[in-house]
Design a protein around this ligand. Sequence first.
Ligand code: SF4
Length: 305
Amino acid sequence: MGYVFGPVPSRRLGRSLGVDLVPLKTCSYDCIYCQVGKTTDKTAVPARFNPVEEVLKELEERLRTTDPDVVTFSGSGEPTLHSEIHRVIGRVKELTGTRVAVLTNGSLLWRPEVRERLLAADLVMPTLCTVFEETFQRIHRPQEDLRLETIVDGLKRFREMFQGELSVEVLLLKGINDTEEEIQGLVEAFARIAPDRIQLNTVVRPPSSSEAVPLDRMRLEEIRGLMGEKAEIIADPRVGNGEADRTDLFRAVRGMAERRPIRVRDAADSLSIPMKEAGAIVQALVSEGVLRSREHEGETYFSAV
Ligand code: SF4
């Protein structure tokens, strides 16, 4: 168990019920901005990772008791690495009218069978951060057989056959893929790929590597202007200005703890809030009976009741 989590609030998707199809940090990339940590199993070969029958059983149970806005394939690794993702998408469609979204790094869409497996989804959200191989290697530290040109071609082919919404995310990093040349290259690639939307994001704080530095709000706005009318900024409102909505923070901490036991510092890191604030939220949720604590090897972990 533990393959389905949430629903958690998502500004982009609404109340999202998440499905984890691959083990923690099984991914074809090892992005310098990854918030989940270093990739431990780097592979570009689809396989049967988490057991589909068990995933389906858990998912069916959750869909009987919750009514999310969307079922999202994401989690802590690359979901298209699962060779039976289409079976799980198909089952959600059989059981409910709920939208299905796939958050993917897009690195496997050059494989015809991977493209086929995603066709029944409503929304596919691949990542494309650059059109330059050197920058691609620097940002994503991909599995050694992967080449950017093939991946961009895969995105274009997928667009040609996919009837749902294709929303490409660009994760922008200061001094790496925010130059005029980088942005112009992306503008040209998007003219060929023709996604429905382009979502501009940045890191809230340097996560996996200190190389990953966020852009400020002003530069994000400039880049949105250059990308045209399909582009929108989805970066956390705390980037550059504004305060996070506290209710959202409570929901997010609860959602994380539903997924796996967390420490206060995990909540602080993941939400980019001070330890003191994360501690106060966790304690309030414990007092409300929403979380419970347990000790493990000298650390205090919190999980949903
Ligand atoms: S693709 Fe996603 S999960 Fe994989 S390393 Fe990059 S950010 Fe992390």
